[in-house]
Design a binder for this molecule. Sequence first.
Ligand code: PMP
Length: 362
Amino acid sequence: GPGRAWNFSAGPAMLPQAVMEQAQAELLDWQGTGISVLEMGHRTPEFLQIAQQAEADLRHLLDISDDYHVLFLQGGGTGQFGMVPLNLLGDSGKSADYLITGHWSQLAHKEAVRIARARVAADGATTNYCKIPDRADWQLDPDAAYVYYCANETLLGVEFHDTPDTGDVPLVADMTSNLLARPLDVSRFGVVFAGMQKNIGPTGMAVVIVRKDLAGNARSNMPSLEDYALQAKAGSMLNTPPTFTWYMAGLNFRWLLDNGGLEAMAAANRRKADKLYRFIDASSLYYNEIDPACRSDMNVHFRLRDESLQQGVLEAAGAAGLKALAGHRVTGGLRASLYNAMPEAGVDALIDFLGEFERRHG
Ligand code: PMP
């Protein structure tokens, strides 16, 4: 729309135009009630309808069975770094296995160690996290309470394209930056979680999908707000939730259902990322250092062979309406996040811009 930039932010990220317009249209008066969702009690029939519809639509999108709780919790993605060990290790004295494939799995492991026993089963440090360690080199503990991994490392764009096989040990996945990017067989997982502000909605919440038999054994001396079973029983409303965030997530789920669901998203996401990687690989100014087997469809990280052009390219891009292309402060470089809401036209505009910049400076 007029005045809207191509926003490549890794998160909080671009939301679908239609979702933003619907929220705008019903901001002052939600469906003839004369009340905004921002002003609505969370236990009113109106908000309960919004919340329950959001859960039903998410269950439909991901084909989530009744064996799973679907929770909408506060604390974002990082909140789950603590809640997972508190709930799954509980008072058992068992330990958990962590696959370290980048920044976010590293932080999750660090948080787990504060709380309980957590081993490193594999670590991609020797390849600077540009490659997922070979499955044959993972040192898995058969008695672990769970195996934890980050399905898409957002900083460098390192994505698992297959669900790891951990046998009978429950698998826990951080899908903060790739949930809903494609269909997912949820039955393979013990827990799947995602902070919302990338591919789902605004900030303030996480979607947490928990196999029911894994809830209910939380540590005895911990805050009730962090207990999956108590939250499930309370409909994720042990206290006042971020209602507007929940509502926006619901509008996004509805938009996904109305636009071909996750199969359609997967095809579009594959096409967008593939186009950008092919452009980068063919360029003599830009390069991507990630093992092609695990390049992310969501976050495309790249660098300039002449690093002195970094500031210039960001400024010129911003002036051309291509925003938020700076890499994370930890990694530097450039990064284009291509979540569901980024139209292919945005990727085309980025490629045109980068090509033109290379012709002028390459
Ligand atoms: N996990 C991943 C994969 C992320 O990309 C992020 C945020 N960039 C987080 C966890 C942390 O999320 P939050 O900021 O919501 O705590």
